[in-house]
Design a protein around this ligand. Structure first.
Ligand code: NAD
Ligand code: ZN
Ligand code: ZN
Length: 361
């Protein structure tokens, strides 16, 4: 089969290779024929090494498709089921899953699969992005990593739920718990940031300010619920205008992954406000806060991992919001492409031109 492959950490272009095979199906695995997969900025973080990732590997983690084979001990899925890939599925048994009730923080399956080759290219073993690797026509995943959905959901729509939408909407409604009438600012309007904006809108925020370097994105963001849009340099002025005496936003989101934009999100939140960091950065990227501001401003700053979502229920919850017209997923697809054009799609993403490119097989 055909797949996109990265040979070395830091390579900027993916190789499109024929003749890739999956590893053998284990007793508790399912084989999924990938029908559509979104291009997420986290793929680039894995390519650059910001995210720990074995090489060579097949990128891609935002996918949907059809189950074509099930292992002998698989109880939850059958051949023909339509599924969304969950790149960090809960095991359902560990401390995070049961005692702490934070299934999105379960690493039992992700750490296990990330260390195992998922594909072969002749004699060469290939890893998959985060243990998955959806830039391939077919993958083998643990049964927990494929969530069943209704057959009538188009695969391009379904694929978006696999990462960006769950991450962004979840950051707003699960992690930050945006409240009706609140004021929000979202820094970065890619697939994840646009999803944060939609989450804030669905949660009933009264003001949603979209911030991006790309002026076109600011207009686009308004289609998804942003009430205002500005370039980073204009944020302080807009903040003063729309938040008035509050002095800042109730909720500030960072959806890019730079120290300076995390700092900007912190500065944009009001005293007592909530700062949610969704963007991914490397181990060497440091953000500074002084001791005075930390206690005096009493802001809450927290990360958000996979939208603090329980993929077992949240994938279908998000699809219900889409089906009832409350969540716009069609509008998030900037272009549908073939795997051969993945490098061009990545370049467009890096220029901030796309919300999501979806690869269709
Ligand atoms: N926390 C999680 O679980 C999780 C999951 C998925 C993705 N992510 C991360 O979320 C981030 C966003 O992902 P994405 O796919 O939306 O990326 P993207 O590249 O599509 O979007 C980033 C946006 O930020 C804008 N931008 C870039 N630099 C800017 C700056 N200095 N100021 C203002 N705007 C700027 C770009 O124009 C673009 O619109 C990435 O770091 C990604 O790895 C995190
Ligand atoms: Zn677990
Ligand atoms: Zn992603």
């Amino acid at each position: 089969m055909r797949a996109a492959v990265q040979r070395q950490t830091g390579d900027e272009l993916l190789e499109i290779v024929d003749g890739i095979e999956t590893v053998a199906l284990g007793d508790t695995d399912v084989r999924v024929e990938i029908k559509a997969t979104g291009v997420c900025h986290s793929d680039v973080h894995a390519m650059k090494g910001d995210l720990p990732q074995g090489v060579p590997f097949v990128p891609g983690h935002e996918g949907a498709g059809v189950v074509t084979e099930v292992g002998s001990l698989v109880s939850t899925l059958a051949v023909g089921d339509h599924v969304i890939i969950a790149w960090s599925p809960p095991c359902g048994k560990c401390v995070a899953c049961v005692d702490q009730r934070q299934p999105h923080l379960c690493v039992m399956i992700q750490f296990a699969v990330a260390g195992l080759p998922k594909f072969t290219d002749g004699d060469t073993e290939l890893y998959g992005m985060a243990g998955f690797g959806t830039f391939a026509e077919s993958i083998v995943v643990p049964q927990e990593g494929a969530i069943k959905i209704d057959d009538d959901v188009p695969f391009d729509i379904a694929s978006l739920i696999g990462c960006g939408v769950t991450t962004g909407v979840g950051a707003a409604i699960n992690t930050a718990k945006v409240t009706p009438g609140s004021t929000c600012v979202v820094i970065g309007c890619g697939g994840v940031g646009i999803s944060v904006i939609q989450g804030c809108r669905m949660a009933g925020a009264s003001i949603i300010v979209a911030v991006d370097l790309n002026a076109e994105k600011l207009e686009t963001a308004k289609r998804f619920g942003a009430t205002h849009g500005c370039k980073p340099d204009d944020l302080a002025g807009v903040q003063a205008e729309v938040t008035g005496a509050a002095g800042g936003f109730d909720f500030a989101f960072e959806a890019i992954g730079f120290p300076q934009t995390v700092r900007a999100a912190y500065d944009a939140a009001r005293r007592g406000g909530v700062v949610t960091v969704v963007g991914v950065g490397g181990f060497d990227k440091m953000v500074e806060f002084n001791m005075f501001e930390l206690f005096f401003n009493e802001k809450t700053i927290h990360g958000s991992y996979y939208g603090s979502a329980d993929v077992r229920s949240d994938f279908n919850r998000l699809l219900r919001l889409w089906k009832t017209g409350r969540l716009d997923l069609e509008g998030m697809i900037s272009q549908r492409i073939k795997i051969d054009d993945v490098n061009d799609a990545i370049a467009k993403m890096l220029r901030g031109e796309t919300i999501r490119s979806v690869i269709e097989f």
